[in-house]
Design a protein around this ligand. Structure first.
Ligand SMILES: NC(=O)c1ccc[n+]([C@@H]2O[C@H](COP(=O)([O-])OP(=O)(O)OC[C@H]3O[C@@H](n4cnc5c(N)ncnc54)[C@H](OP(=O)(O)O)[C@@H]3O)[C@@H](O)[C@H]2O)c1
Length: 260
């Protein structure tokens, strides 16, 4: 893999973040793993180091902290990070009036401020060196307003636009960027949200390993990509053929069926 020698995965302890860490380690890069829960993070860091004969570093950190940059810089200052994956997300499901302001602001901090700070810090260093890669995890939720997941969806729209902008602005500096948009994926966080079937153009649940493999393969191609053929087909129908009013209403019907 041409990015390296170190990758940093923000939100690495389970779900797609753990899968990113595994697949990147398999390609021979050293990996900094960042998450809040120390035990799974440190266990994964140890097992990847042993299995793939790479170096790993577990950084236990809340990505919502105001002094995020100072803490992360202190933990990684001696490393050349050539691949950044911003995977972590915070999501509280509920009608807009029912979700607390504290939860709304935490979604903004983890899902928007976090990737912005890390892309600024590591991305500009990559551009100075003339090489690197950045993946910002967005979502199919980021393409339209949606009941029950409105703030989360809005943060994912931010991630989509941020990743695409980095693609445009950094590629002539040797840095590949990608906004990656999964649909429903079988991760512990998704399963814990206990979704019911929505019945609306719902593609089958994807496995984290397949989703992450697609993201890594798409880096270096276009500005953004959607995971899975069924999701791409549904996205084409929903985003290109429907008026916005119909799109928002249909997707809101789906999220109300899942979580209402
Ligand atoms: N799963 C899906 O169906 C789906 C669909 C579309 C898009 N996505 C996007 O794909 C990405 C991964 O989703 P996921 O379901 O695998 O997992 P996730 O629950 O969104 O995030 C998992 C990782 O983020 C870490 N994390 C969360 N908040 C953190 C914080 N404040 N500070 C540090 N680490 C934090 C978690 O570790 P700790 O628990 O230790 O903090 C965990 O390692 C997200 O960006 C999500 O929006 C997911």
């Amino acid at each position: 893999m041409r990015y390296g020698p170190w990758a940093l995965v923000a939100g690495a302890s389970h779900g797609m973040g753990a899968e990113y860490s595994r697949q990147i380690a398999r390609k021979g890069l050293n990996v900094v793993l960042v998450a809040e829960a120390a035990d799974p993070l440190e266990a994964l860091a140890r097992s990847l180091a042993t299995e793939h004969r790479i170096e790993t570093r577990a950084v236990v950190l809340d990505l919502a902290l105001p002094d995020l940059l100072a803490r992360l810089d202190e933990a990684t200052r001696d490393l050349e990070v050539g691949l950044l994956v911003y995977n972590a997300a915070y999501s509280v499901v509920g009608a807009f009036r029912d979700v607390s302001l504290a939860d709304k602001l935490k979604m903004l901090e983890v899902n928007c401020r976090g990737p912005l700070v890390l892309a600024h810090h590591f991305g500009l260093r990559m551009a100075e060196r003339g090489r690197g890669g950045i993946i910002v995890m967005s979502s199919l939720a980021g393409f339209q307003g949606q009941a029950m997941v409105g703030t989360y969806a809005a943060t994912k729209a931010f991630d989509l636009v941020l990743g695409e902008t980095l693609w445009e602005e950094l590629r002539d500096r040797g840095v590949d960027a990608l906004a990656f948009c999964p649909g429903a994926t079988r991760t512990p966080t998704f399963l814990a949200s206990k979704p019911r079937p929505s019945g609306v153009l719902s593609a089958p649940l994807m496995d984290p390993a397949a989703t992450v493999a697609e993201a890594l393969a798409a880096l270096g191609g276009g500005p953004s990509a959607i995971a899975g053929r069924a999701n791409r087909l549904a996205a084409f129908v929903l985003h290109r053929l429907l008026p916005r009013r119909a799109l928002v209403r249909i997707m809101s019907r789906a999220t109300r069926a899942m979580y209402g």
